[in-house]
Design a protein around this ligand. Structure first.
Ligand SMILES: Cc1ncc(COP(=O)(O)O)c(C=O)c1O
Length: 323
């Protein structure tokens, strides 16, 4: 029988799809890796699996131990998927600003969800740096209280390794070494750092770009006007602790409007229903493709599915009236 022993065997190995209809006549070719097809609906399943299995090997996580994580939803869901299969209780600590369906998905795969109230005014669908700091304080408190294993995606090197050994290698192999540029948005930085490390090791001339929200180009060292934006899971106006300047050839930005526009184009032109950061990533990949040499291969990732944003303004109201 050609079957999987558990859903964990379906993590990674995602398809790389050329976005021909969106790229149109741009000089470069644009390819997107469909991370939304992972079982938890996001790229973070890869990090979750790598972090939990490293903790098991290193004895930090023993039978019945509780796993806890600060999450915008995706890392928590990835961990919950892994914990459900392996039998660990899982607690996800998240901001009230993250969308409701993210909480529901976490609960559906067995996680307990602790929701931290937003700092100052409530902004549905938007999580600022101050909100993230409040979630961090609560996660630290609960970790001590419960003697839990904190996955700690922002500091855990296995978050990066997952993308170096899996995502980066897959992109290299799927493009048969022809990738010329890579771009992605930054949350923990795991995707950018891991993928860029593998690609540059394989071919030092591959150019790697970090995408940031237009209102918070913090890592680029530019002025931050607002840390409240719609590109959830990214753009916290902080330099990820695992960041490596040597891997980054430049910075690009996307506005909320660009992220929404390209997420909608992904749906309408390519038949791919993806989230805000996917829209931002494709917007930035298009900026590179327009300036590229003819035939250059620009690769990005689509970090999560649009199903995680049904309660937001991601989807256009294009219903046809019955009259
Ligand atoms: C929707 C979404 N996009 C992008 C990212 C950024 O990924 P990374 O943490 O690897 O930088 C995340 C991280 O959680 C995310 O949830």
């Amino acid at each position: 029988m050609d079957v999987c022993g558990s859903v964990l065997e379906t993590i990674g190995g995602t398809p790389l799809v050329e976005l021909r209809r969106i790229a149109g006549r741009a000089r470069g070719r644009v390819f997107a890796k469909l991370e939304l097809l992972n079982p938890g609906g996001s790229i973070k399943d890869r990090s979750a699996l790598a972090i939990v299995e490293a903790a098991e090997r290193q004895g930090q996580l023993k039978k019945g131990g509780t796993v806890i994580e600060l999450t915008s939803g995706n890392m928590g869901t990835g961990l919950a998927v892994v914990c459900a299969v392996k039998g660990y209780p899982m607690i996800a600590v998240m901001s009230e600003g993250n969308s409701e369906e993210r909480r529901q998905m976490l609960r559906a795969v067995g996680a307990k969800v602790v929701v931290v109230p937003q700092v100052g005014t409530k902004r549905p669908g938007q999580v600022s740096r101050e909100d993230l700091e409040a979630v961090d304080r609560e996660t630290t408190r609960l970790t001590r209280q419960l003697k839990a294993f904190r996955a700690d995606q922002f500091h855990n090197e296995f978050n990066v390794r997952a993308h170096e050994l899996m995502t980066g290698r897959e992109i290299w192999e799927q493009t048969e070494g022809r990738v010329t540029a890579f771009v992605t948005s930054i949350g923990s930085g795991g995707t950018f750092i891991g993928v860029s490390r593998f690609l540059k090791k394989s071919n030092p001339s591959v150019k790697c770009f970090a995408a940031e929200p237009a209102s918070a180009p913090f890592i680029a060292g530019r002025r931050v006007t607002s840390t409240s934006h719609k590109i959830q899971g990214t753009g916290y106006a902080l330099k990820p602790p695992l960041w490596d300047d040597d891997l980054c050839d430049g910075f690009l930005t996307a506005t909320d409007q660009e992220a929404i526009r390209y997420a909608r184009l992904l749906g309408r032109k390519e038949g791919i229903f993806a989230g805000f950061s996917s829209g931002a990533n494709v917007a930035c990949a298009m900026k590179l493709a327009r300036k590229a040499e003819r035939g250059d291969v620009v690769v990005t990732v689509l970090p999560d599915t649009g199903l995680k944003y049904l309660s937001t303004d991601l989807i256009a109201s294009n219903s046809v009236s019955s009259q």
